[in-house]
Design a protein around this ligand. Structure first.
Ligand SMILES: Cc1cc2nc3c(=O)[nH]c(=O)nc-3n(C[C@H](O)[C@H](O)[C@H](O)COP(=O)(O)OP(=O)(O)OC[C@H]3O[C@@H](n4cnc5c(N)ncnc54)[C@H](O)[C@@H]3O)c2cc1C
Length: 386
């Protein structure tokens, strides 16, 4: 079968694009290497602007039904004892990727997207003028265009020979679910030398703990009682949290070489959405909202291209301009904040400043996320399959 579009990767951006395009009546193939449902490495904190996106995608009711945990406040601390508390501009949510990605994948299936998991894409050839062939561990597929939604780092980046993959990145991250403490409706971010750690409650009542650090922390001795590199326990609040928590996940999930480098919006004529086009630092807690938003930006242009209302050049130009306009500043601010928060003196100065001038902290929280979106203008009602 020749698909109108093939989305590679069924995370936030791939599922969102597939659902929106299926609602417009297109034949979509969604390919995912993992076998769903699956736990994924993530802070599992959903920023306030996702609500409209979830409503547009038709999963908002289910998100609340499974008990996504409402989060109203942020609490930042440093290893020298500075702290800052702030209300969030609106309600954020704590929801595991295990639930969320499955929910989106199932929603895509309901809308007649051909969803195939447990299938790794191993190569892509072709172009926007002649169409694409996608090779996978389960055979070959063809489509008029390809959406690259394969996340921050994939073996496919290497196969495609993308520039960013050649450059080593020192950032590593770990995540796991814990019990034993109650942090209520707060997203906690604790800085420590060379990294930071986020804690937030998810739908199960467990605490998702996710930390990112320079790889040099792995050379440190592991803290005897807490089972973590010593740097983390240098933040007194974090040390106290770990001292009272018990791990629920059988083991921690880890990932190395997390890159915040600039990437291409189009590569070999593949339209990159989500982290494949550029990843915001986890400190901002906005990567999932951005992935959903990137799909919203891409879909109307994909539709115009498929309807031959715009040519390949206009498609590429318009998408790149819209993407850069929406995300470029946020990505830069995210990199600056990340670099400050991993260095104790700068983290301390920044958090102390926010403590003294709360308006500054509130501005930073606002500036690293998008504006809440309205329901999409795309005329789903007239084209919808359901
Ligand atoms: C440590 C850390 C903490 C974070 N915490 C948060 C947070 O709290 N809140 C937030 O909003 N964001 C957070 N993020 C960012 C967020 O996880 C991402 O921005 C978001 O998941 C991007 O969505 P995506 O669709 O681009 O990619 P993903 O959600 O990563 O989806 C990509 C999918 O592609 C699949 N795939 C990859 N290669 C192939 C292949 N060859 N063939 C088939 N399938 C393939 C993968 O299995 C995956 O399912 C965090 C990131 C990190 C690293």
């Amino acid at each position: 079968m020749n698909y109108d579009a093939i989305a590679i990767g069924a995370g936030l951006s791939g599922c969102s694009a597939a659902i929106q395009l299926a609602k417009l009546g297109y034949r979509i193939l969604l390919l995912e290497q993992s076998h769903y449902p699956v736990h994924k490495l993530c802070g599992e904190f959903l920023s306030v602007e996702v609500t409209a996106a979830f409503e547009n995608l038709g999963i908002l009711e289910q998100v609340h039904k499974v008990g996504a945990h409402p989060i109203h406040r942020a609490y930042l601390t440093t290893s020298s004892g500075a702290s800052f508390r702030s209300p969030l501009p609106s309600t954020a949510l704590g929801l595991s990727r295990y639930q969320l990605d499955l929910m989106l994948f199932e929603r895509a299936k309901d809308l007649n997207v051909t969803c195939i998991d447990n299938t790794k894409v191993t190569g892509v050839t072709g172009n926007l003028a002649e169409g694409f062939q996608v090779s996978t561990t389960k055979g070959e597929f063809s489509g008029r265009l390809v959406l690259g939604a394969f996340g921050k780092r994939s073996s496919l980046d290497r196969t495609l020979n993308r520039k960013f993959i050649a450059k080593r990145s020192p950032w590593i991250a770990y995540k796991g679910h814990f019990t034993g403490i109650d942090i209520g409706d707060v997203i906690e971010l604790h800085s420590f030398p060379n990294g930071y750690c986020g804690l937030s409650q998810i739908e199960t009542g467990e605490i998702n703990v996710c930390w990112i650090a320079h790889e040099r922390v792995m050379k440190e001795p592991i803290h005897q009682d807490l089972g973590i590199p010593e740097s983390l326990a240098k933040n007194p609040v974090l040390a106290d949290r770990f001292a009272h928590m018990q791990r629920v996940s059988p083991s921690l999930q880890g990932l190395s070489q997390i890159s915040f480098a600039r990437k291409e919006n189009f590569y070999n004529d593949i339209c990159m959405i989500g982290d494949t086009a550029g990843m915001i630092t986890p400190l901002c807690g906005d990567g999932m909202a951005m992935a959903l938003r990137a799909a919203e930006i891409a879909v109307p242009l994909v539709s115009q291209f498929l309807e031959q209302q715009i040519n390949a050049i206009a498609f590429k130009q318009q998408y790149t301009i819209a993407w850069q306009r929406e995300f470029q500043m946020r990505l830069q601010l995210g990199r600056i904040m990340h670099n400050c928060f991993v260095q104790p003196p700068l983290a301390n100065m920044g958090v102390s400043l926010c403590q003294m001038v709360p308006a500054l902290g509130n501005w930073i929280i606002g500036a690293t996320r998008g504006k809440p979106q309205q329901l999409l203008k795309t005329d789903f009602a007239s084209n919808a399959l359901t």
